[in-house]
Design a protein around this ligand. Structure first.
Ligand code: PBG
Length: 335
């Protein structure tokens, strides 16, 4: 698109449409509403809430509090909650056995939330990292993260989650063949209505740091590699992200996700343009922490930064955003 030169058009004043709130609202090209948000939440096994130091203003919640939060989500018009578990370190093992425990923390939380507010969608991560003592998303064989051996446990985990009432299964380990395996198992078990939102383009990112604090998954490298670069994507790549998304759609994903969010808006936009699929962005823990840290220092306006950061995803074409700010943003948006 090329604009005419200003000189022959002295009346070309783009500021005319910015002069008052009413006209700015009329010509606005994208809108953020509470209906765009998925509330990212961490549940723990104890009572009451436990603040997460690296995420000011964010706490792990008890099962009971998660149920109350689901009621709050309904009231605020937030359509769904993504729930992540904080598991007691003593209960973890190398194989992430507890991931598929039908009476485990995630099952309890999902059931409690569905009982309290059945109208609110619940999404669960299909991944082993909250349950492994080494913090990796896969089983380790000969010092390597095993792709195929891990699938079996993930399928068990997903079936447990779906049977507990989880609506959206979100395979998040960025390894191969997840969507196909889950889709096949769900169909075979009569769970064909369970949706899959694939973490299709998820990068090996520094911005997940506070999340590992939030779910209590320790420092990587005790067993296996010191990072997740053999399964999560290289932050330098775009074309590979498109291949990942194409594959997950072919394998049966209903929705796709890009993660992290703000540093990867170009990927969100490319994916939306290329596939026309419901595409979500995950505003991750590090993004939350950066906004809160700067705000607490008085360096940025907290509320404006929250809404601007979330609005950017809508401008980029995202269907919605998974965010720790969901309840606050929904309240600011009048939810
Ligand atoms: C685990 C998972 C991670 C996040 C969501 N699911 C961490 C990771 O991949 O290491 C990150 C969420 C966040 O940082 O807010 N598979």
């Amino acid at each position: 698109m090329s604009l005419p030169p200003l000189a022959p058009y002295p009346a070309l004043r783009l500021r005319r449409l910015r002069q008052a709130d009413w006209i700015r609202r009329l010509v606005r090209e994208s809108v953020l509403t509470p209906a765009d948000l998925i509330w990212s939440m961490v549940v723990h096994e104890g009572e009451g809430e436990v603040p997460v130091a690296s995420m000011p203003g964010f706490s792990r919640l008890s099962v009971k509090q998660c149920a109350a939060a689901a009621v709050e989500a309904r009231k605020l018009g937030v359509p769904a909650i993504a729930i992540f578990p904080h598991i007691d370190g003593a209960k973890k093992d190398a194989a992430g056995s507890l991931a598929a425990d039908p009476n485990g923390l995630i099952s309890q939380a999902v059931k409690a939330m569905k009982d309290a507010a059945p109208e609110v969608g619940i999404m669960c991560d299909v991944a082993l990292d909250p349950f492994t003592d080494h913090g990796h998303d896969g089983i380790i064989e000969n010092g390597q993260i095993a792709n195929d051996a891990t699938i079996e446990r993930l399928v068990e985990q997903a079936l447990v989650q779906a049977r507990a009432g989880c609506d959206i299964l979100a395979p998040s380990d960025m390894m191969d063949g997840r969507c196909a395996a889950l889709r096949t198992a769900l169909e075979a078990e009569g769970l064909q209505d369970a949706m899959i939102m694939s973490y299709a383009a998820k990068y090996a990112s520094a911005f997940y740091g506070p999340y590992r604090d939030a779910i209590g998954s320790g420092k990587l490298g005790t067993a296996g590699p010191a990072d997740k670069k053999t399964y999560q994507m290289d932050p330098a790549n775009t074309e590979e992200a498109l291949r990942e998304v194409a594959l997950d759609i072919a394998e049966g994903a209903d929705m796709v996700m890009v993660k992290p969010g703000m540093p990867y808006l170009d990927i969100v936009s490319r994916v939306v343009e290329a596939f026309d699929m419901p595409t979500f962005a995950f505003q991750v823990s590090g993004e939350y922490a950066m906004i809160m840290a700067a705000a607490q220092n008085g360096w940025i306006d907290e509320e404006r930064a929250i809404l601007e950061s979330l609005g950017a995803f809508k401008r980029a074409g995202a269907a919605g955003i998974i965010t720790y700010f969901a309840p606050r943003a929904a309240r600011m948006l009048g939810g």
